[in-house]
Design a binder for this molecule. Structure first.
Ligand SMILES: Cc1cc2nc3c(=O)[nH]c(=O)nc-3n(C[C@H](O)[C@H](O)[C@H](O)COP(=O)(O)O)c2cc1C
Length: 214
């Protein structure tokens, strides 16, 4: 018999990071529904700093890709110059492979946050009571993660595959500038599309391994 909350287990257990997509572009309404779900996430003082930017402009996509290819070349040259091992070279190439598929996804989104002074630490820093530190960034990162969770799970519920990517940022020294998004701190990319393969389930730690009482 179904237990309350089973639907959530089903959705979370069924989600996979999908890196291969069918060519068909998901309907705009589906992407909007995913963003609506992301928008329900909690945020410090309900400041709602998360932003999603879908990159549709071919020149922008080309600029991103070009910059990543250039950065990979430079990294590989550096490995060579430093007498780096084949293993290091393979690492750079693996990181690139984990990035480049985003250009083959039907939908590519850059996700990030705008600065808000909403958490208690940020507000006290603004009032010059505390020194500004990384606590504000931590709040923004947590908030983005929660929003992404809603985005991914709604995608799963709609039959869409998704993947979060941060590897491309290793090849993009100033992604904001490349995309002309000076107001948003871009933390990751997210791909969306109808899955063209069924990635296997990757084992997770048990609750007992993650949890302790002190
Ligand atoms: C913050 C973050 C960054 C990630 N970056 C990448 C990435 O750059 N490229 C990639 O292919 N997958 C990336 N992933 C996906 C993970 O590899 C994936 O979630 C993990 O292997 C578990 O697989 P699953 O999502 O299919 O359960 C990222 C996931 C997270 C949460």
């Amino acid at each position: 018999m179904n237990q309350p909350g089973d639907f959530l287990d089903e959705i979370t257990s069924g989600r996979r990071s999908v890196r291969k997509y069918r060519a068909e572009v998901p309907p705009r309404g589906a992407i909007e529904a995913m963003i609506e779900c992301a928008a329900k996430a909690p945020s410090p003082s309900n400041s709602q700093p998360v932003r999603f930017v879908r990159i549709v402009s071919p020149p922008l996509l080309e600029a991103l890709h070009g910059e990543m290819l250039r950065a990979r070349r430079e990294l590989l040259q550096r490995v060579e110059a430093e007498g780096g091992s084949k293993k290091t070279r393979n690492l750079v190439n693996a990181c690139f492979r984990c990035s480049e598929f985003m250009f083959r996804a039907p939908v590519l989104i850059a996700a990030g946050t705008v600065p808000v002074h909403a958490g208690f630490s940020s507000r006290l820093a603004e009032a010059k009571i505390l020194r500004a530190d990384r606590r504000g960034e931590r709040d923004l990162d947590i908030t983005l993660g929660l929003a992404l969770k809603g985005f991914l799970l709604k995608g799963r519920a709609l039959g869409l595959g998704t993947c979060i990517l941060t590897a491309p940022l290793l090849f993009l020294s100033d992604v904001r500038k490349t995309l002309g998004l000076e107001d948003i701190r871009i933390s990751c990319f997210v791909t969306v599309g109808f899955p063209d393969d069924t990635p296997p389930f990757i084992e997770r730690k048990s609750a007992a391994e993650l949890y302790r009482e002190i």
